[in-house]
Design a protein around this ligand. Structure first.
Ligand code: DGL
Length: 269
């Protein structure tokens, strides 16, 4: 059985790369819904429908566990999927919880009551749909008290990255960090709450300046999945990977190869 890694496009490859490195014996199926990206400007119903369709396709490809390596889908669709759609023999996990557990100094699945934590001023950078969902603040409130979150919707960054226009992406990152600073001059921590943003991590760090702890998801999700698999050793396979896209496989393969700097070949979903 394979583990599915889902994203609207290529950003989830940052998560896939980290989980493949950490778990070389697990079989993975990566699904990029490139025909419908970006998700970050869609409404919640639309994101829910698209995510359910993609996850169903991943079940058909042999995945009983799917990681939504897309903050927008995790924020706008995951809770509804888990509450009213998911069959009992399947699991879908999101990417918010591992990040919030790290921010709030908690171990995997620690559901003890919320408590005070070291950071008090947190900047969240995410897509417009993720910011509108307030899912980050909701999940944080279950775990921490007294944390002030300022969210910055980073319009345009995902499109620029998907188009391979890193100069535009860098300029947009700088202007979004400037906008955040006008609302919260001294964040202690910054959450890169979109799987595309680790590709721009240097630009975020440079614009944020020294002394801000930057939380980037890929490694946190890989560590969390490794913890999960210790409890579910039946998911260990032989280390194969398959790549599916709803977009043009040749174009998506080229971009993916450029991002990960190794040959990636997508097939039509
Ligand atoms: N990479 C996704 C995320 O983590 C979504 C980007 C998009 O499709 O807008 O939010």
């Amino acid at each position: 059985m394979a583990v599915g890694v889902f994203d609207s496009g290529l950003g989830g490859l940052t998560v896939l790369d980290a989980v493949q490195a950490k778990l070389p014996d697990v079989d993975f199926v990566y699904f990029a819904d490139s025909a419908h990206a970006p998700y970050g400007v869609r409404d919640a119903d639309d994101i829910y429908d698209l995510t359910c369709a993609a996850v169903t396709r991943m079940w058909d490809a042999g995945c009983d566990l799917v990681i939504l390596a897309c903050n927008t889908a995790s924020a706008a669709a995951l809770r509804r999927m888990q509450e009213s759609w998911l069959p009992g023999d399947k699991r879908v996990l999101g990417v918010f919880v591992p990040m919030i557990e790290a921010l709030t100094e908690r171990g995997w699945g620690d559901n003890s009551p919320p408590r005070e934590v070291a950071v008090q001023h947190v900047a969240l950078f995410a897509t417009p749909a993720t910011v509108a969902s307030r899912a980050f603040q909701r999940e944080l409130a279950f775990r921490a008290i007294g944390v002030d979150v300022e969210a910055q919707a980073c319009g345009g960054v995902v499109d620029a990255i998907e188009d391979g226009d890193m100069i535009l992406a860098e300029a947009l990152v700088k202007s979004h960090v400037d906008a955040l600073h006008r609302k919260m001059p001294k964040p202690q921590a910054a959450i890169l709450g979109c799987t595309h943003y680790p590709l721009m991590e240097d630009a975020f760090r440079a614009a944020l300046g020294e002394g801000v702890q930057v939380y980037s998801q890929a490694q946190l999700v890989a560590d969390s999945l490794a913890d999960y698999l210790v409890r579910h050793p039946d998911m260990i396979g032989s280390g194969t990977s398959a790549y599916l896209t709803t977009g043009d496989p040749a174009r998506v393969s080229d971009r993916a190869t450029q991002f990960l700097r190794r040959k990636i070949t997508f097939d039509a979903a």
